[in-house]
Unconditional design. Structure first.
Length: 489
């Protein structure tokens, strides 16, 4: 009997840049990347593979490409689930015919069949196609929970050999293992609880994040058997990545791969960047990928040089002509009344930004009075930073939000940007920063205002200094971009 152990990426399905067609070359490169990283198997056409956004013929082609490219180096577990038993049989038979090693079959969904229907779905499938079957429980997506009692019955069917559980419920995994013993390979499908699942007795994992951090998961899997304390450190170190991916699914996984220059194209509608993957989480994902060494930080920060006694503001690799520059970045974080939306402008004190800084401070508009950012009394941040409210201040409560937690967040974000090397220390005395801060008049949660504005300013500074969004990013998203507040009441 096939025993499934280790790390299995739930492969994304690469599309052309338009999203209209499957990109075979990109898919084959992704397979090679995964195998070269040392994974124990491949899982195409699952949830992360956008199986519901593919036609049946496309699903078949994806499985064919992956099986062919894997060429027997690792097992391929083809996603063949469908709400229709007849179609699931067709897809599973095709997977067997083209050489897949097993089929991953999600519980039938949409009509939400009763237990009898679920059992018959799997029984008929196993009877009609002689291929190892891995059950798939993901109730948050299907609306159907595969109960442990049902699994206990299904395990009696000879070619049902495994269970992928994406519910995140450790007690469920423990109960299934208690009831089925070693007869099933239990695979964790929830990135946030991999280590607890392994400790509970799972034999491996099928993960969306294994598309882009397979090596980290492989290291965790090995350390789990050798050094639990080290395994805990590894899980903790990628927990933010896991949270983002669990929330965003294929949107986040594809965004990460594209950031790493492993091009896989966009997701298909109705999925979208800015939807399942918020712009805030996209920036956080980029930061985390830098931290774990998957992408390099762009060293495009301003450098001050003195030539002939005159300072120059040069941003290498961003603009070919040296001279005064204005760098602009935008950040969005949080939701509801405490949402933070900031615009950051960075430039030389003796350039256009410095002039605007002085003018804003000298001639304030009523209700939009600017404030120098300070960490504490008599300790202004460097670079010198001016905060300007976007929304007209009409009450003391509004003023206390802007000049209290929001101001503190801006100051901390600027200081941390220097500490992290985003803004070079040698440049801080020559630069000026202006920050337009949006605080909704109905905001009441001071801590959330602080957290959201801190993140938004950090993101905005990074985007300004890295020259993002690039023209390629703008062109790629020109048809899909939506205003973040468009669908808010």
């Amino acid at each position: 009997m096939l025993r499934l152990e280790g790390v299995f990426p739930a492969l994304v399905t690469p599309f052309t840049d338009s999203g209209e067609e499957i990109d075979e070359a990109r898919l084959r490169r992704l397979v090679d990347y995964s195998i070269e990283s040392g994974v124990n198997g491949l899982v195409p056409c699952g949830t992360t593979g956008e199986c519901q956004n593919l036609t049946l013929e496309e699903r078949k082609r994806v499985v064919e490409y992956v099986v062919d490219q894997a060429n027997g180096k690792v097992p391929v577990i083809a996603g063949t689930g469908h709400s229709s038993t007849k179609v699931a049989v067709e897809l599973t038979r095709h997977a067997k015919d083209v050489g897949a090693d097993a089929a991953l079959v999600v519980t039938p969904y949409y009509h939400k069949p009763a237990d009898r229907g679920i059992y018959e779905h799997y029984r008929v499938l196993a009877e009609k196609v002689d291929l190892p079957i891995v059950l798939y429980n993901i109730p948050q997506a299907t609306g159907v929970n595969l109960s442990w009692q049902m699994v206990e019955d299904l395990v009696e069917i000879p070619n049902i050999i495994g269970l992928k559980d994406s519910s995140g419920e450790i007690k469920y995994i423990l109960t299934v293992i208690e009831k089925t013993g070693s007869r099933l390979s239990i695979l964790c499908g929830h990135d946030e609880v991999v280590l607890p699942a392994l400790a509970a007795g799972a034999s491996g994992m099928i993960l969306a994040s294994a598309n882009f951090i397979p090596d980290i998961w492989i290291r965790l899997y090995r350390k789990f058997k050798e050094d639990m304390a080290e395994a805990q450190k590894i899980q903790t170190s990628i927990q933010k990545i896991c949270r983002i991916i669990v929330k965003s699914g294929p949107v986040g996984a594809k965004a990460a791969l594209n950031m790493m220059n492993i091009k896989v194209g966009p997701v298909r509608l109705p999925l979208s960047v800015g939807g399942e993957l918020s712009y805030e989480d996209s920036e956080e994902l980029r930061i985390e990928l830098e931290r774990v060494g998957k992408i390099e930080r762009k060293v495009l920060a301003p450098e001050i040089a003195v030539r002939g006694g005159a300072p120059e503001f040069a941003v290498k690799a961003l603009m070919p002509v040296e001279g005064p520059k204005i760098m602009v970045g935008e950040g969005l974080a949080g939701e509801g009344p405490e949402v933070a939306h900031v615009e950051v402008i960075i430039g030389l004190k003796d350039g256009p930004v410095g002039e605007a800084f002085i003018k804003a401070k000298a001639t304030p508009s009523a209700g939009h009075e600017p404030l120098i950012a300070i960490l504490e009394p008599n300790l202004a941040v460097k670079p010198t930073t001016l905060i300007i409210p976007t929304v007209t201040i009409k009450s003391m409560r509004q003023a206390s939000m802007v000049y209290g937690p929001a101001q503190a967040a801006v100051a901390k974000a600027v200081v941390d940007s220097v500490a992290d090397g985003l803004i070079p220390e040698k440049s801080v005395d020559r630069l000026a920063i202006m920050v337009n801060v949006f605080i909704h008049p109905s905001a009441v949660d001071r801590r959330r205002v602080y957290i959201n504005n801190y993140k938004a300013v950090r993101h905005a500074i990074r985007r300004a200094l890295e020259g993002r969004p690039t023209i390629d990013e703008l062109l790629e998203n020109r048809e899909r971009a939506k205003h973040p507040f468009k669908y808010s009441p």
